[in-house]
Design a protein around this ligand. Structure first.
Ligand SMILES: *Cc1c(COP(=O)(O)O)cnc(C)c1O
Length: 227
């Protein structure tokens, strides 16, 4: 199927999942994960109405920032090395993968040079798998407190990647746990911190994530095909 047909189908599934959970479908935003895909695919998706694109690799993101002339919004969703931040400072709308203080400080420094504020999510490794990046749940609370003191970063919520399961329902407890953590952080009422976003759910499990409160679903394969 074409990118535009896939997008239409995904949007319909997002709508149905939201309604099943008694949620407003407009409260769930689609981040189209375009890693490994050429700029032409991003333009095709944009022409079909998709505006937000997620990239994992900075060496891929940077050329695309120049190649894609359409007014898309970029989100960084992958593990990020601090020394790469300067290559895209000011050019992305959100970073989903802040998992340590040194990275938060570097984002703050680079956005600060531009006199701007970067929206970020704290990535939490709920499952504790060694192969996944992300802070622990206790670490997340501490990291949010540190970020709250950085003037050029604004914490908007949390992000997680559950372990890979064949059955989407198996990921659900991890999504529920991220939501509980988000509520616990919100209850601390830390000045300048919003817990309005929950970035969770991918091609195989986004419906379960929406049931558990996802506001940003990150979907690649189901839009662009197998990588
Ligand atoms: C690749 C990736 C996705 C999208 O995964 P699909 O299964 O292709 O939908 C989402 N989030 C992150 C962090 C990713 O690396």
């Amino acid at each position: 199927m074409s990118i535009s047909a896939n997008l239409a189908q995904i949007k319909e599934r997002i709508r149905a999942a939201a309604e099943k959970a008694d949620r407003d479908p407009a409260s769930v935003s689609l981040v189209a994960v375009s890693k490994t895909r050429p700029a032409a695919d991003i333009v095709a998706a944009f022409q079909a109405g998709q505006t937000v694109f997620g990239e994992n690799y900075i060496q891929e993101l940077v050329p695309k920032l120049a190649e894609v002339r359409e007014p898309v919004q970029w989100h960084v969703i992958g593990h990020l090395q601090s020394n790469k931040v300067k290559y895209f400072a000011g050019q992305v709308a959100m970073i989903h993968s802040v998992d340590r203080i040194s990275l938060a400080q570097e984002i703050d420094r680079q956005w600060g040079k531009l006199g701007r504020v970067c929206d970020v999510l704290i990535q939490v490794n709920i499952s504790g798998e060694a192969t996944k990046s992300g802070t622990t749940e206790t670490g997340a609370m501490q990291l949010v407190r540190v970020c709250a003191l950085l003037p050029n970063i604004r914490v908007k919520g949390l992000m997680t990647m559950p372990p890979f399961f064949d059955a989407p329902e198996a990921a659900r407890p991890y999504f529920a746990e991220l939501r509980r953590l988000s509520e616990a952080v919100a209850a601390e009422r830390i000045a300048g911190v919003e817990m309005s976003e929950l970035s969770m759910g991918m091609s195989g499990d986004f419906e379960a994530a929406i049931q558990e409160g996802a506001t940003l679903v990150r979907i690649g394969t189901a839009i662009f095909g197998e990588r």
